[in-house]
Design a protein around this ligand. Structure first.
Ligand SMILES: [Zn+2]
Ligand SMILES: [Zn+2]
Length: 153
């Protein structure tokens, strides 16, 4: 699979409770296949530090204005972007066709730094969920994206 942002080959990363594909030498973006993150829903903080400490290559520029093609789907189906927290530019891309998600590592790190306390994140989750519902009119899709976002924290 190729990175939808910088076209590097994605590498498999074993995060213990789940597997993702990472753009290791490029933008450090992460691909989650459908249902992958949901496997570790019982854990409070599923992301190992090694993952959160991963750095983006300094030469990589991330163009957020461009739509991204799904790395999993053969047709490179264009993914939908959902804004989760405009304060810190936290967005995810998701593919309607295969149900996977693309996440920028910087967004996740930033989120963790800004909201250290789980209690604070919990209180913000309601606002995130509302935003997802406003952007995705299809309730089935909205439910799926909300579950993914919830499992990130
Ligand atoms: Zn990349
Ligand atoms: Zn797809």
């Amino acid at each position: 699979m190729k990175c939808p942002v910088c076209q590097n080959e994605l590498k498999e990363f074993d995060a213990g409770t789940f597997q993702i594909d990472i753009c290791q030498d490029g933008c450090s973006g992460m691909w989650f296949d459908k249902g992958e993150l949901e496997k570790c829903a019982a854990h409070n903080k599923p992301f190992p530090d090694s993952l959160l400490r991963m750095k983006r290559s300094p030469n990589v520029l991330i163009d957020r204005s461009k739509a991204r093609g799904c790395p999993r789907c053969p047709s490179n189906q264009v993914m939908n972007r959902v804004e989760i927290d405009p304060e810190i530019n936290f967005e995810i891309d998701h593919c309607d066709s295969c149900g996977g998600y693309w996440l920028d590592i910087g967004e996740l790190q930033h989120m963790r730094e800004q909201h250290e306390e789980m209690a604070e994140i919990s209180s913000r989750l309601k606002a995130f969920e509302k935003r997802v519902e406003e952007q995705l009119k299809d309730p089935t899709k909205a439910t799926r994206v909300k579950a993914f976002v919830k499992n990130l924290f």
